[in-house]
Design a binder for this molecule. Structure first.
Ligand code: SAM
Ligand code: SF4
Length: 334
């Protein structure tokens, strides 16, 4: 089947899928404390997720990242992971992975490994238990640490994701780097993004520029730029002293849109062609109106990809949060 190529000649090989908008944490930059969630009938069923992802795999998607909300709180989510194993076995899918807050990994690490998952991204912005409870509101650090340990024991390669927050985890830059190095884990820092309406927090106050973070790392370590890119807004360095990789995800202060290879599916079946744009295509209707045939779905996917924009419109530079998108990160998936 013909592969998906967008109007700017970018092959679409990477799909991020949000499988739920729900979460057992309430991170302050992501959700308000009293979120209202979608009614169940709005969500794609596990069977619909399978049809959709399988369609994308037929059209050239080689990497699936499952996210949310918290993907591991979706009921029976292992059924979906196990269903995707067949695409790994056939060789069409090269990688099946997820981004998780780690809270459920003690239970899920081994079954995920058995389904073919080999790497996970686990989010933790601090290694201080009090600060962890403060930033996640409902999360507890020891549970996540047990999840990380379970993941490593199961054979999963773990990368820690941390949102860089001025005045919050600046003081942990070196200790987190060393904690990860001691456990053979890579670490990626994420710039805070203006997503959703999450109450009174002023995101400009929390914004910690990753060029500053990197400069501070460089005062302590020898950093070597790595040429590799996964087609997203992340760039990597190796710390020569520890051998670990450190990533910087900077969708705001840098623009790597020209090599973008990805699209994002929300838990309700909207396909977002760009994290920073509102344009989306409704794939759920194509699924639900045609239960017996995938041809309309494939046509809807191709049509959507024809509308993938050249790049995003986030902009902090004018000191207002311009280009803000109104949806929550937990809806589109990070
Ligand atoms: N619940 C899972 C987790 O926390 O890893 C997966 C979904 S979460 C939306 C994915 C990533 O997005 C997490 O690493 C989280 O820290 C990040 N994130 C959430 N809101 C963000 C924001 N406003 N700016 C930058 N990153 C954000
Ligand atoms: Fe939940 Fe992840 Fe959002 Fe935190 S960042 S509230 S863990 S979805």
């Amino acid at each position: 089947m013909e592969k998906l190529i967008d109007p700017f000649a970018r092959p679409i090989s990477y799909l991020r899928v949000s499988v739920t908008d729900r979460c057992d944490f309430r991170c302050v930059y992501c959700m308000s404390e009293n979120m209202s969630f979608l009614p169940k009938k709005e969500l794609l069923t596990l069977e619909e997720l399978d049809r959709l992802c399988s369609g994308f795999v037929r059209m050239g998607v080689e990497k699936l990242r499952i996210t949310g909300g918290e993907p591991l709180v979706r009921r029976n989510i292992l059924t979906f992971f196990r269903a995707m194993t067949r695409h790994l076995d056939s060789g069409a899918l090269k990688e099946l992975t997820l981004t998780t807050n780690g809270s459920q990994l003690e239970k899920f690490a081994q079954p995920l490994f058995d389904a073919g998952v080999r790497r996970v991204n686990i989010s933790a912005d601090t290694l201080d238990a009090d600060k962890f409870a403060q930033i996640t509101r409902w999360g507890r650090l020891p549970q996540v640490l047990r999840g990380i340990e379970a993941a490593q024991n199961a054979g999963l390669r773990v990368k820690l994701n941390a949102v860089a927050l001025r005045g919050f985890n600046e003081d942990e830059l070196l200790s987190m780097t060393e904690w990860c190095a001691a456990r053979d884990m890579d670490l990626t820092w994420i710039e805070v993004m203006p997503m959703g309406d999450i109450g009174n927090e002023d995101r400009l106050d929390q914004y910690w520029k990753l060029t500053d973070l990197r400069a501070r790392l460089a005062e302590h370590y020898t950093l070597t730029d790595l040429p590799e890119s996964t087609g997203g807004p992340a760039r990597y360095v190796r710390i020569e002293e520890t051998g670990q990789k450190v990533g910087f995800i900077t969708p705001l202060s840098h623009n790597f849109c020209e090599s973008c290879n990805r699209v994002r599916l929300t838990c309700t079946g909207e396909l977002f062609m760009c994290l920073g744009q509102e344009d989306n295509a409704d794939l759920r209707s194509a699924l639900r109106n045609h239960p017996g045939s995938d041809a309309p779905l494939e046509a809807a996917i191709r049509d959507a990809i024809r509308h993938k924009p050249r790049g995003h419109d986030f902009d902090y530079s004018r000191q207002t949060v311009d280009g803000r998108v109104s949806r929550h990160m937990s809806h589109t998936g990070g």
